[in-house]
Ligand binder design. Structure first.
Ligand SMILES: Nc1ncnc2c1ncn2[C@@H]1O[C@H](COP(=O)(O)OP(=O)(O)OP(=O)(O)O)[C@@H](O)[C@H]1O
Ligand SMILES: [Mg+2]
Length: 295
């Protein structure tokens, strides 16, 4: 596939730079320029054509008071892929999610959704409505409402609370809520008040509330912190179910959980990718052992 043919003209200030993987480099009739452009496209960070990816970060940098929290981060998530992100405290995992969701603007680098949507040009609300859902660590459910009503409220989105609760479910909406109750293991508890759920179940409900928005990409930061062992195992199953129909990026320190997921792992360190591959390969990498697993 000719990637140049699929990339629209751009007003990107980086236009014409030869950063690895940047797909908007002009290929001039001059043989040297063409050679440089192909070399840029062949470089490892950009070995996947941006247009074929769901999420594409290349050369992303973010400084806080002179400290580079993210430092040349390049990461690519395919459509339908689930990826686990590991790495020591302060590696930049949450900041990476802040950048993807528009909470933090990077100083440098490319952040693209679905190949062509430049996420650095959009705010948090825009990005959420484009199909990127984010689960923060602390569950934020409506405690005094039932599980089912929480999902109904989440599905309504922009509609008012009153109309969401008293609106007679359309068949599709009802079916979707049933599906989510099933996926999140909350079917039996649907009429219970959210306040009566365990910590783990509240996390599942919040994941369900994100699913109500039907995101193409779900970002989950430390979902199993504070869960029981049984809830942790169930959360791995739940996320695997969810990943059958969308992409999921999950940050976790719990290696048993990451093993349960059984997906490709990226280890971040000092704001960049230290190692990437199967959990076995990544955890056998001496650099990963030194900065993270061996502590
Ligand atoms: N808004 C901010 N202002 C200043 N520094 C920040 C800000 N956000 C993050 N940082 C710093 O950036 C670095 C990366 O933080 P981040 O929260 O992304 O790490 P993390 O990999 O999620 O760590 P943990 O595993 O502890 O959650 C840290 O040193 C943090 O203090
Ligand atoms: Mg974090």
């Amino acid at each position: 596939m000719n990637v140049h043919a699929t990339v629209p003209p751009t007003d990107d200030p980086h236009h014409g730079e030869t950063t690895a993987g940047r797909m908007n480099t002009v290929v001039s009739p001059h043989p040297y320029a063409t050679m440089r452009a192909s070399a840029a496209h062949a470089a490892p960070a950009g070995s996947v054509a941006r247009t074929e990816t769901l999420l594409y970060l290349d050369g992303v940098t973010k400084q806080f008071d002179g400290f580079k929290a993210i430092n040349g981060l390049s990461i690519v998530i395919a459509r339908g892929e689930m990826r686990a992100i590991i790495g020591p405290n302060g590696a930049g995992k949450t900041t990476m999610m802040d950048i993807i969701t528009g909470k933090t603007k990077p100083d440098k680098g490319d952040v693209y959704f679905k190949g062509t949507v430049d996420l650095t040009q959009h705010d948090e609300a825009d990005i959420a409505s484009m199909g990127i859902g984010r689960k923060f660590q602390k569950p934020t459910v409506f405690e005094s409402h039932t599980i089912e009503d929480n999902l109904r409220l989440a599905m309504a989105g922009q509609r008012s609370v009153v109309s969401a609760l008293f609106h007679r479910d359309g068949r599709t909406e009802a079916r979707k809520i049933e599906e989510i109750l099933d996926t999140t293991r909350l079917w039996d508890k649907r009429a219970m008040s959210a306040a009566d759920l365990s910590h783990g179940q509240k996390q599942w409900l919040e994941i369900g509330m994100l699913l109500a928005q039907d995101p193409e990409l779900l970002l989950v930061d430390e979902p199993v912190a504070g869960m029981t062992d049984a809830e942790t195992v169930e959360t791995a199953r739940l996320l695997k179910d969810i990943a059958k129909t969308r992409s999921v990026v999950v940050v976790e320190h719990d290696m048993h959980f990451v093993r349960e997921l059984g997906v490709k792992v990226t280890c971040l360190h000092e704001g960049a990718v230290l190692a990437e591959g199967t959990l076995d390969a990544v955890s056998a990498d001496p650099r990963v052992v030194e900065v993270y697993l061996g502590r």
